[in-house]
Design a protein around this ligand. Structure first.
Ligand code: IMP
Length: 181
């Protein structure tokens, strides 16, 4: 593990095996449906690229980018669309793919925003769920792992833009984000 980590939460192998399971479940549920995956930039990119290769039905994908925390570990509660979908989702079976649900503020906003566009269905898939820090309730249809209320990086998740490339998920050592204080 990299020295900025406190401990590994999930190894590459554990992640790959869970993602394969999630892909199989989604393949079954969307067998006869025209699936549109909506990936949330940038955190979900690594997870999404592994997930779609484990889904056995033909699908389309698109991306949205929303404002994130910046160089902080706390949610501001302010959600802003930085990049919208390229195409309408009306009458499509849409599945949001997120990296982690923390306060739920981002997802709550996204679900309301996308529902208003008239999809045939809208579900949520997240790799990680951190239920202890939830502020608004959100329905999660597919969840990879439950995680403790700590700051986590790797496999798409970042701190100040870094660590997304790590193939495993680790708890970030506090000294990394307390350095600048
Ligand atoms: P929420 O709006 O608080 O649920 O936060 C959702 C977003 O915050 C996620 O998509 C992540 O980009 C970011 N986030 C929340 N918790 C963590 C974490 O532990 N590590 C890295 N990013 C996080």
């Amino acid at each position: 593990m990299h020295p900025d980590g406190e401990r590994v939460l999930f190894t590459r192998e554990q992640i790959q095996s869970r993602v394969a399971g999630m892909g199989a479940e989604i393949s079954r549920d969307y067998r006869d449906k025209d699936l549109l995956i909506i990936g949330i930039l940038k955190g979900a990119v690594i997870f999404m690229s592994d997930l779609v290769r484990n889904i056995k039905v033909p699908l389309c994908f698109d991306f949205m980018a929303i404002s994130s925390y910046g160089a902080s570990t706390k949610s501001s509660g302010v959600v802003r669309i930085l990049k919208d979908l390229d195409r309408p989702i009306e009458n499509r079976h849409a599945l949001i793919v997120e990296d982690i649900v923390d306060t739920g503020l981002t997802l709550n906003y996204l679900v309301d925003n996308l529902k208003a566009r008239g999809p045939a269905s809208l579900r949520v898939c997240t790799l990680l769920d951190k239920p202890a820090s939830r502020i608004v309730p959100v329905e999660i249809n597919y969840n990879g792992f439950i995680v403790p209320n700590e700051f986590i990086v790797g496999y798409g998740l970042d701190y100040d833009g870094r660590y997304r490339n790590f193939p495993y998920i680790m708890v970030l050592n506090r000294k990394v984000y307390e350095r600048g204080k």
